[in-house]
Design a protein around this ligand. Structure first.
Ligand code: SAM
Length: 303
């Protein structure tokens, strides 16, 4: 069953998710808001990850790296000798190799069963990946991350509360209204643009079809599950990565309604209350570290 899910996820990313759709983008970009009005907010959220990583080291693991699709991702490994990109998708790693060449090592593998020795990495990032792993392997995945982290190392895992996000639940109706109104206005102003799934001109009909292809398996545990089941991780913190979803920004953030200023306000609030927005917002960062004095634990010790 678990093996079937992983096969399905790999097949999806090899045949759809990491397919080039032109303009330097992949099909996966459908999950991001690529409009200029949202750029600054999204950029600042990406850069947040770096704050929680040691500035330099020998090896950093990117578990579920994809093709390192956004430029900000390159920042995370700047102070490191090598970035080890691990992914279940071969196509993802071909893309990652194109981006970082000799700076990287590229390993096809499973984040819940890492093919590395204990304490191999000074730092670890895993962005938007654990939710593609079967539910009963999420804890194993974090155990694996902890196992391969060296003493003094730190890890940042970007996760999602999915439809359980309390904040986004409050905005369900406004998002639906905003989506409807935006769709109508787009059709009135520019009927060509309204047909495209992404704000990019000149996508081929094949690319448009790919962008509209439904996604693959995902499962998200909730905040209580994470804080209870991952309590063994030293220094565990759940902080905000991004409190609003892509559906929220696409529906409610627009240039003409001072959208950029609205997102600046949201970012400002997130900075003031990172734990609160980490708990109620859409995407949390799960942060932990291996203490300098941490004994080397086996999986059995942790369970
Ligand atoms: C949503 S993408 C995120 C990619 C990248 N981290 C990013 O933020 O752009 C999820 C990635 O996780 C990979 N993945 C899914 N299940 C995996 C597993 N069990 N082990 C390793 N990688 C996996 C997929 O192939 C895909 O590249």
């Amino acid at each position: 069953m678990e093996a079937d899910i992983k096969k399905e996820v790999r097949k999806f990313y090899d045949s759809v998710g990491w397919k080039d759709i032109g303009a330097g983008l992949y099909q996966n970009a459908r999950y991001e808001d690529l409009r200029p009005v949202a750029w600054e907010y999204i950029h600042r959220c990406h850069i947040r990850v770096k704050r929680h990583l040691p500035a330099s080291g020998k090896y950093i693991l990117d578990a579920g790296s994809g093709p390192i699709q956004y430029p900000e991702y390159l920042e995370y490994s700047k102070g490191y000798k090598r970035r080890i990109c691990l992914d279940i998708s071969h196509l993802a790693l071909l893309g990652a190799r194109k981006r970082i060449g000799d700076h990287g090592f590229f390993v096809v593998g499973d984040a819940a069963n890492l093919p590395f020795k204990p304490q191999a990495f000074d730092a670890l990032v895993s962005l938007h990946t654990v939710h593609h792993i079967p539910a009963d392997e999420h804890r194993t995945c974090f155990e694996e991350f902890m196992r391969v982290l060296s003493r003094g190392g730190q890890a940042v895992v970007v996760y999602s509360w999915g439809s359980d996000s309390q904040l986004m639940k409050c905005f369900r109706r406004p998002i639906a209204w905003g989506k409807r109104i935006t769709g109508r206005l787009k059709r009135m102003i520019d009927s060509e643009k309204s047909k495209s799934a992404l704000p990019i001109k000149g996508l081929s009909p094949e690319a448009e079809k790919l962008v509209r292809t439904p996604g693959t398996f995902t499962f998200r545990h909730d905040y209580n599950w994470i804080t209870t089941n991952l309590a063994f991780l030293p220094g565990l913190e759940v902080l905000v990565w991004r409190s609003v979803s892509t559906a929220f920004t696409k529906a409610l953030v627009h240039r003409l309604s001072l959208g950029k200023a609205f997102l600046r306000l949201i970012f400002w609030l997130e900075e003031r209350a990172p734990h609160f927005f980490g708990r109620v917002g859409q995407y949390p960062m799960i942060i932990f570290r291996k203490m300098m004095t941490e004994p080397e634990a086996t999986r059995a010790d942790i369970s």
